[in-house]
Design a protein around this ligand. Structure first.
Ligand SMILES: [Zn+2]
Length: 77
């Protein structure tokens, strides 16, 4: 549940960790922007997939590039 994806970039040598779960900051720009963690918990109780795809890990999977330089030469584990 508290999964973290490690990503390394071969071009700029950045290393970063991506959360596999959603935090309030991930909701900026969505209809749930401004939700507290508690409110998110209630929404997830009603629909456990409501925030699916909004976590940094899922976003990286959709577009696997380095967050610093945009290179596609990244590995993740
Ligand atoms: Zn990079």
């Amino acid at each position: 549940m508290m999964a973290i994806l490690q990503v390394e970039c071969f071009d700029c040598l950045s290393i970063f960790s991506l959360r596999g779960f959603v935090e309030p900051e991930d909701l900026v720009g969505t209809q749930w922007e401004g939700c507290s963690k508690e409110e998110m918990g209630k929404l997830e109780d009603e629909d456990s997939f409501i925030f699916e795809g909004l976590d940094p890990w899922s976003k990286f999977d959709d577009n696997p590039v380095c967050l610093d330089c945009g290179s596609k030469r990244v590995i993740s584990y």
